[in-house]
Design a protein around this ligand. Structure first.
Ligand SMILES: [Zn+2]
Length: 287
């Protein structure tokens, strides 16, 4: 382990409600039931621990939570786009995707009165063609790359021609790609970056994987969603939701806040400094 290297950790929340999840048909969901209180739980948790966070917001939700978004933005945390409607980019045309990027950026910029710099694709569903639209529209970074080809919904992002800044950061001119953390075990890449894996894995598993990851990486990124930290009961699942989906949605939700605190402390113990995507990008540009 090289002790001279500064290691960074970035926490991020994809701001969306439970109805946006890919495994629910939004048109059949009860839109009056919201689990957005998870955003407040998250803000409270990170403020108690004194760590920053990045956010990616679904554009169609932005107006409903505009006061909160403004507070987050004024606090100096960056808010990027998580598309306008949360449709998976690889399931829509390139033109439709471009429109999603444009509209969500405009909506969030109007609310926060700041340029939107970042993007994360729903379900990490992105390819090279769609990625290259981002800099054209004024986005400065993307956080949609993950090495996890065994997940049926995730895309694979080709970084050919990008300069590799470190094992999780790629750069092309002033545009950056920040890769989501995974750890190889038994020859397979396992996500150790939050989401369902933080909920479902017992803490001892996450801790073991993180302890392997920390000495060999300069960047750790985590993503989480409001429904995972919501203190409300599981939503009224739409008719036809199968048992597997219900379990997958609900499993481990009560353990997330506690695991998140442990994870932050473990990273701090391993010398990681907490930052945001836009701050890290700025730092890399100034190097
Ligand atoms: Zn999402």
């Amino acid at each position: 382990m090289n002790n001279n290297i500064i290691r960074y950790a970035i926490l991020s929340m994809d701001i969306e409600d439970w109805q946006h999840l890919d495994y629910f048909d939004t048109s059949k969901c009860d839109l009056s039931y919201s689990m957005m209180d998870g955003l407040d739980q998250y803000l409270e948790l990170i403020s108690e621990l004194g760590v920053p966070s990045s956010f990616f917001c679904v554009g169609e939700l932005a107006q409903k939570i505009k006061i909160k978004l403004r507070e987050i933005s004024n606090f100096g945390f960056d808010i990027g786009s998580h598309t306008q409607t949360h449709r998976r980019p690889l399931t829509i045309s390139v033109q439709e995707f471009e429109e999603e990027l444009r509209v969500s950026k405009d909506n969030i910029e109007q609310i926060c009165s700041k340029p939107i710099e970042g993007f994360r694709a729903p379900c990490f569903s992105l390819d090279r063609e769609r990625l290259m639209i981002l800099p054209k529209l004024g986005y400065n970074y993307d956080a949609s790359r993950i090495l996890f080809d065994s997940h049926p919904l995730y895309g694979t992002l080709d970084m050919n021609g990008f300069e590799q800044v470190s094992n999780n950061i790629f750069r092309s001119n002033n545009f950056f790609e920040f890769q989501t953390s995974t750890q190889k075990i038994f020859g397979k890449d396992l996500p150790i970056s939050g989401g369902g894996y933080l909920r479902i894995f017992p803490w001892i598993v996450t801790k073991t994987l993180l302890n392997r990851y920390c000495p060999n990486n300069e960047l750790y990124t985590l993503y989480i969603h409001p429904f995972e930290l919501s203190t409300k009961k599981s939503p009224p699942f739409p008719n036809g939701t199968n048992l597997k989906t219900k379990i997958r949605f609900s499993l481990g939700r009560k353990t997330v806040a506690e695991k998140l605190v442990k994870l932050i402390k473990l990273l701090q113990f391993n010398g990681f400094q907490f930052t945001t995507f836009s701050q890290l990008r700025q730092q890399l540009l100034n190097k």
